[in-house]
Design a protein around this ligand. Structure first.
Ligand SMILES: [Zn+2]
Length: 289
């Protein structure tokens, strides 16, 4: 519980309950869900009933909710910036943008200085708020992506559309074959060296066999030389790689890199893939993060 609001006082209850639980050894597994269930059982109602208190804000009951923290990773909730307005003075936020791409890149929100749960506000009818004098005016603001932050686009469905996006200098992830999973995991990283093209005839290229008409690029593989964080070195050998085997995510970048720029190795000579990008690729191949 948090916020400059009527909840402030109640937040102390939670802090005390957690401290007491740690001291008594009650919390063996302090994961979010276990913690919430524990608190819900311990703190069912205020110790002092509402009738004995002054003030409309005195609680009658406590409700506990659980939010899956996997929903709040950086790949799902990228870093955004409040530009030109003071987010510290706002405590009521409503996002109603239904276009996922626009919501991520532009971040349109309605905001006010205080939370309100009157009948009108619960129906998003903010103009008829019963507590307007307390809540303050709703204002439209934007929280666009932080500069340099990459918008997380979905995979490109259409193979031809994807193949046209492939340009030299781009890093792409390629699905590993079933018998290769033990080596680096379910994907390989490739530095693309050519645009995509159809093979004019059957060919054997460094032991791999390709058939005429297959869509391929030339590129160089990265090899994983450090596990955490994942650090890669570029191999020298130029290979033909099937476009069809690629994970169709256009914004794969290494740490410190940016979309549209060829990657550069860090001082250590490694290209580092941040965990967040790794998680995104893992979820794209259906793997466990
Ligand atoms: Zn209201």
């Amino acid at each position: 519980m948090h916020g400059k609001d009527i909840c402030d006082g109640a937040a102390v209850l939670i802090a005390h309950a957690i401290n007491a639980a740690i001291t008594s050894g009650a919390l063996l597994d302090p994961g979010t869900r276990e913690l919430v269930l524990y608190l819900a059982d311990l703190l069912r109602a205020p110790a002092t009933p509402k009738e004995l208190k002054d003030g409309w804000e005195a609680p009658t009951k406590y409700f506990f909710g659980f939010m899956d923290t996997a929903k709040f990773t950086k790949s799902r909730v990228p870093t955004a910036e409040a530009r030109g307005w003071d987010c510290n003075k706002k405590h009521f936020y409503v996002g109603r943008c239904a276009d996922a791409q626009r919501a991520t890149e532009v971040g349109p929100l309605e905001t006010a200085s205080m939370f309100c749960a009157c009948d009108a506000c619960l129906l998003f009818d903010f103009g008829n708020c019963e507590m307007k004098a307390h809540r303050g005016q709703m204002v439209s603001v934007r929280v666009p992506l932080k500069k340099g932050e990459v918008a997380r686009t979905n995979q490109i469905d259409d193979l031809n559309e994807w193949s046209k996006m492939l340009k030299p200098g781009m890093v792409v992830a390629v699905r590993a074959a079933a018998h290769e999973l033990e080596i680096e995991g379910p994907y390989w990283l490739l530095l693309v060296d050519s645009e995509a093209f159809e093979l004019p005839e059957d060919m054997v290229h460094t032991t791999d066999e390709f058939e005429a008409g297959w869509l391929v690029v030339r590129g160089r593989w990265y090899s994983l030389v450090q596990k955490s964080p994942r650090g890669y070195k570029l191999k020298e050998v130029n290979k033909l790689v099937l476009v069809n085997a690629m994970i169709r995510l256009p914004n794969v970048i290494f740490s410190g890199g940016s979309v549209g720029k060829a990657p550069r190795a860090s001082r250590s000579g490694l290209n580092v893939l941040e965990d967040d990008m790794h998680n995104l690729l893992m979820s794209s191949v259906g793997g466990e993060v």
